[in-house]
Design a protein around this ligand. Structure first.
Ligand code: ADP
Length: 259
């Protein structure tokens, strides 16, 4: 009995030192996974020991982004050991646990238990654990937020009206779970024509910043729509690993989260 309570004390202490940050969105396809992966890299550059949990049951994409798909995490003492990636960020994803496409049919409790395994893993010296949440505002998200109480959440949206409405709804979910929102990020904001360089705004412009003001939430920054971001995600080279113009917005957002 004494042993068990001691373990519990250690676990609580471990959890306290580790910051859990959730990254959410009102709907899919707005760049939540892309942002989470690049923020992980940018926060690591700021000196944090970062780990990433891909909790997106409906479309786990982090194994592809980090180029460690096909690897199966091993278990030690009944807990999973995160999978390493070339870029130095340990990752655990639903995609590491099930065959692609299988998780889609999961119901809330099953997904919730799988999530617990990913978060309650051997994260060892990781001090900042980013959690790429499934999009939307369902049971899985609420359970995860209530069970693990992240210290905060970053919400990402495109400037499009519909995505914004969904993002506001997601904001309410975080409120309901008592998880403070660190801020909003606008993704796919502004597109530079690769031929003439002229800027256009396929999904509108500034909508997320306006929404942040209206909701009285911090605005963390905007990331342009850029082919190199998409290509990087597909072949495991993350823009935030560099220090060029494309990396800058990710570094700026990471610096705000860091402070
Ligand atoms: P979500 O996690 O919200 O479903 P993803 O991060 O998987 O969205 O992004 C959806 C698709 O859009 C991916 O192919 C990704 O590479 C691409 N993408 C995301 N953000 C950008 C961006 N700023 N510029 C170009 N492509 C992007």
């Amino acid at each position: 009995r004494e042993d068990v309570s001691e373990t519990r004390v250690v676990l609580t202490a471990e959890r306290k030192q580790r910051r859990l940050i959730a990254v959410g969105s009102g709907k899919g396809g707005v760049g939540k996974s892309t942002l989470t992966a690049n923020l992980a890299v940018a926060l690591a550059k700021l000196g944090h020991k970062v780990g990433l949990v891909d909790a997106d049951v409906y479309g786990p994409s982090q194994p592809v982004i980090f180029g460690n798909q096909g690897q199966k995490p091993v278990a030690r003492d009944e807990k999973l050991v995160p999978v390493d990636s070339d870029i130095g960020i340990p990752v655990l994803s639903m995609g590491h646990l099930v065959e692609p496409g299988r998780a889609l049919a999961w119901r809330g409790p099953m997904a919730g238990n799988a999530l617990s395994q990913l978060i309650d893993a051997h994260w060892d010296d990781v001090d900042t654990l980013l959690v790429d949440l499934p999009p939307g505002t369902g049971d899985v998200q609420l359970t995860m937020l209530q069970r693990f109480k992240p210290m905060g959440a970053v919400l990402v949206s495109t400037p499009q009206d519909l995505a914004l409405i969904d993002a506001a709804r997601a904001g309410q979910l975080f409120d309901q779970a008592g998880v403070p929102i660190i801020g909003l990020v606008e993704n796919m904001a502004g597109y530079a024509c690769p031929h003439c360089g002229e800027m256009s705004d396929p999904f509108g412009k500034g909508g997320v910043e306006t929404a942040a003001q209206r909701l009285d939430l911090p605005f963390l920054g905007r990331i342009p729509l850029d082919l190199a971001i998409r290509e990087g995600s597909d072949k495991g080279t993350l823009p935030a690993a560099g220090d060029d113009l494309l990396a800058q917005p990710f570094h700026d957002i990471a610096a705000k989260i860091h402070s």
